[in-house]
Design a protein around this ligand. Structure first.
Ligand SMILES: [Zn+2]
Length: 447
């Protein structure tokens, strides 16, 4: 009997009225102990692995338009870290600026990266070299999965649903001495779990994309030195155990002022992962609505003005400051001035809108974005069916709104120290971001 020839792969038709989706993943778990990013209080490199770390790329194409989203198990990436990756995707894959969006999961149990949160990176030289080697490899891995996802494009069907998970709690507590870390059940939160299902033309599930707006900080005691993708990675593992042929992919929401509750032991990361996976599986079992085309996207960067630019006298005074990280910020800025780069009076913030027909729009902001933005975007732009994403493209610092700037606290000012920035932002920040988001929505409006 003659073997049947393999069916020809579907020909990519540039005029086809269908979605094409490409997927690629790579394991990015470090092989050796490495300093982890997120908590300034860590004093030694990692000791063991809780979950593997992954980078996953998804290329979405409609006709000749392509947009690539990468979900990355890391605390965050900086502009300088991403620059060589984006230059390469632009030069060799022809992907336009803004069309490659890396979303960091914001796990606080993944390696530190070069050029990222440097003020926090207090360690011996040999550990810095481990970070450099890991970072270099990651930059190469990111390029290769983006390329592989673009080469994997297959006709696909998209649908969306919604679940709910309740473990995120507002962490801004109001005390007479100011706003402090704690648990504030009265504070704003976003418990929605948006879900997108990607199936092939035979209705086999290829990928399950889901989001949640909460810090990856379940682990703060037992397991403090373990490498872990946190509750997000545990959720992925649970989802993939229910749908073994699918890739589960997490897109971080705008939850910079949200912590998981309870926090502490590594068991909390597993338990929150279970709750989140349950919400996703529930949404997949419930009614889902089809996502039609077309794809339309727009990207821009807005300048967010800072209130204060320090002068030399201030920087020299800070060199003597009792807080080590204030000293390190001053050292870094003095070095920067010495290299001929003046201190910026504003921060450029990448943002984008990606419309998937009328039924879904990814509204994305760079930075650690507080939850108020997501709640407002969803209220103001309901017709666009927003899915709000934070930690997108890069993380220059926290992105507070006017209310939080007025109240003060970590997200408004003290976190800027770790980002090497003087501030705070001008209170116009909220209006600037909202106006630009409205402009991007208008620019991508569908007939
Ligand atoms: Zn954070």
């Amino acid at each position: 009997m003659r073997a049947q020839p393999n069916p020809a792969p579907p020909v990519a038709d540039p005029e086809a009225e269908t979605w094409e989706v490409g997927l690629a993943t790579v394991d990015i778990t470090p092989e050796a102990p490495i300093f982890l990013a997120g908590y300034a209080s860590r004093r030694k490199p990692s000791e063991g692995v809780d979950t593997p770390l992954m980078a996953q790329a998804m290329a979405l194409r409609w006709k000749s338009d392509t947009f690539v989203i990468v979900a990355l198990d890391n605390c965050e990436v900086s502009r300088r870290f991403m620059q060589p990756v984006l230059e390469r995707t632009q030069a060799s894959l022809g992907l336009a600026r803004g069309s490659v969006m890396v979303v960091s999961s914001h796990t606080h149990s993944a390696p530190m990266l070069t050029d990222t949160l440097e003020v926090m990176a207090v360690m011996p030289q040999r550990d810095k070299e481990v970070i450099q080697a890991y970072s270099h490899k990651l930059q190469s891995d990111l390029f290769h999965i983006i390329k592989a996802a673009c080469e994997d494009l297959k006709p696909s069907k998209l649908a969306r649903g919604m679940g709910t998970a309740r473990f995120a709690i507002n962490r801004r507590v109001y005390r007479p001495e100011g706003v402090q870390f704690g648990e504030n059940p009265e504070g704003p939160h976003d418990w929605e779990v948006p879900v997108m299902r990607i199936t092939d033309l035979e209705d086999r599930i290829r990928a399950i994309v889901f989001g949640y707006a909460c810090h990856g900080t379940s682990i703060e005691a037992n397991g403090f030195y373990l490498i872990s993708g946190e509750y997000m990675a545990h959720a992925r593992q649970h989802i993939e155990s229910v749908y073994p042929d699918a890739v589960a992919m997490f897109l971080t929401g705008m939850g910079a002022d949200q912590n998981p509750t309870p926090r502490g032991d590594i068991l909390e990361a597993r338990r929150h992962g279970l709750e989140l996976a349950g919400a996703v599986v529930g949404a997949l079992q419930g009614p889902m609505s089809r996502i039609e085309g077309p794809l339309r996207w727009a990207y821009s960067e807005v300048d967010l003005a800072l209130k204060e630019t320090p002068d030399r006298t201030q920087l020299e005074k800070d060199l003597q400051h009792e807080n080590l990280y204030v000293q390190r910020r001053a050292q870094a800025l003095i070095r920067q001035i010495g290299e001929g780069h003046p201190i910026a009076s504003s921060i450029p913030l990448p943002m984008s809108v990606v419309r998937l027909g009328h039924n879904l729009s990814f509204l994305s902001l760079a930075g650690e974005v507080v939850v108020d933005y997501a709640l407002e975007f969803k209220r103001l732009h309901r017709e666009a069916n927003p899915w709000c994403i934070g930690y997108a493209y890069e993380v220059p610092c926290y992105i507070p709104n006017t209310r939080i700037l007025k109240e003060g606290g970590y997200e408004a000012d003290s976190s800027l120290i770790y980002y090497g920035i003087y501030g705070p932002f001008q209170p116009t920040i909220q209006e600037t971001i909202h106006n630009e988001m409205s402009r991007l929505l208008l620019q991508t409006q569908l007939p």
